[in-house]
Design a protein around this ligand. Sequence first.
Ligand code: HEC
Length: 136
Amino acid sequence: MSHMKKLFGILLMTAMVSGTAIANDDEVQARIAPVGSTCMQGEECAAAPAPAAAAGPKSGKDVYTGFCTTCHGAGVMGAPKFGTAADWAPRVAKGKDTLYTHAIGGFNAMPPKGMCAACSDDEIKGAVDYMLDGSK
Ligand code: HEC
């Protein structure tokens, strides 16, 4: 139990060093509430993952907006551009399975999983579908 005390001490010290006084029990309750149910003081609320999004798989659109658009939005390093059918036509001609395999495993300058290491294979496939659908 002593390490718990130590941890709490560190938290208290951090609170004091940062100049925040612990005002009342409600505030303490709010601070020790599990992340996601409340916003920590001084933190962006948006940084906490929304419970609904964390519960299920990410949509193809979410994965695209979060990761793929970095390169595929503007066509960085020769990445086929989102929304440009001419960029995608020769890719589509290889067959969807090849595109899935390349998106998941990487292909030349295309990084494995488009750098979304936490994405499942299905989420990556969803992002490929989203790009293909939006680039016809
Ligand atoms: C760091 C930049 C970068 C990111 C991030 C990125 N891509 Fe790519 N992607 C590329 C480049 C560059 C190519 C072209 C590679 C080539 O043809 O040599 C490419 C090609 C592809 C292709 C075509 C593969 C083929 O066989 O022709 C697919 C599909 C693809 N990316 C899917 C994705 C998906 C899905 C994501 C997001 C999860 C993503 N990419 C994120 C750079 C990126």
